[in-house]
Design a protein around this ligand. Structure first.
Ligand code: ADP
Ligand code: MG
Length: 237
């Protein structure tokens, strides 16, 4: 397997009064290109912390993070920012889109910030909006889109830079059941089509069958990582 994201023995401590709180405790996790991994576990178990470390948004207290073959923990801040911009797509629960920009401009802005030429960015943006099913609404602003459509813009934007790793934190928390299934299905599709290593934090095990594997966190540790087929999904009636 072509490992796109590799976390080795990651420990992350936050300051906590006079002592420290261990949010991640010797966590190791490898995710391959084209692999879709669900990360589940109770609130406070360290899921978001793990994504932040994987995104090179925060440095772990110890351990090694490798993104697309490059060791992030070796880099100084500028190098880390560049690696994140070039190789990591991040999707949070609330699509933090800019209110004044159309869907296509949200994507173009992302590439502009990367210093990419506009003509290529326009082609890429149009192609991605088609992929996420928003070809018809490229000219609409966030308030003219539904919650599900806004999350689709968010996904397309995260893919603009051709990331190797896609990190998704509770993407369906603000959506109803049908929209949630569509969004997870879309994440499955783009993981396959663009061969990204996708890690999705989810509280809902119902969509786990759309993923390849599921890792369970508890108290800052990964207690299990297994093929998703071996995890029973919630019975639907
Ligand atoms: P989850 O996403 O699984 O709910 P988090 O990664 O957000 O878990 O949190 C793991 C632990 O780290 C929790 O005890 C939380 O209170 C703590 N924590 C998270 N972020 C911070 C922070 N910025 N500063 C201090 N403690 C934090
Ligand atoms: Mg969280």
């Amino acid at each position: 397997m072509d490992t796109a994201l590799n976390l080795i023995n990651i420990t992350l401590e936050y300051p906590d009064g006079d002592s420290t709180l261990k949010a991640l405790d010797q966590v190791s996790l490898a995710v391959g290109a084209g692999e879709f991994l669900a990360l589940v576990g109770p609130s406070g178990s360290g899921k978001s912390s793990l994504l932040s470390v994987a995104a090179a948004l925060i440095r772990p207290t110890s351990g090694v993070v490798t993104i697309a073959g490059q060791e992030a923990t070796d880099l100084r801040d500028e190098g880390l920012t560049a690696l994140r911009r070039e190789k990591v797509g991040i999707i949070f629960q609330q699509p933090n889109l800019l209110a004044s920009l159309t869907a296509v401009d949200q994507l173009l802005l992302a590439d502009h910030l990367r210093g990419k030429p506009l003509a290529a960015a326009r082609r890429r943006a149009a192609e991605l909006l088609e992929v996420v099913g928003l070809g018809d609404v490229a000219g609409k602003r966030p308030h003219q889109l539904s919650g599900g459509q806004r999350q689709r813009v968010n996904i397309a934007r995260a893919l603009m830079g051709r990331p190797a790793v896609l990190l998704v934190d509770e993407p369906t928390a603000a959506l109803d059941h049908a929209r949630s299934g569509e969004i997870v299905g879309l994440l499955r599709e783009v993981t396959d089509e663009f061969r990204v290593a996708t890690v999705m934090v989810t509280h809902d095990t119902e969509f786990v069958p759309l993923t390849d594997a599921v890792a369970t966190m508890r108290d800052g540790r990964i207690s299990a990582r297994q093929p998703s087929g071996s995890v029973p999904s919630r019975a639907s009636s």
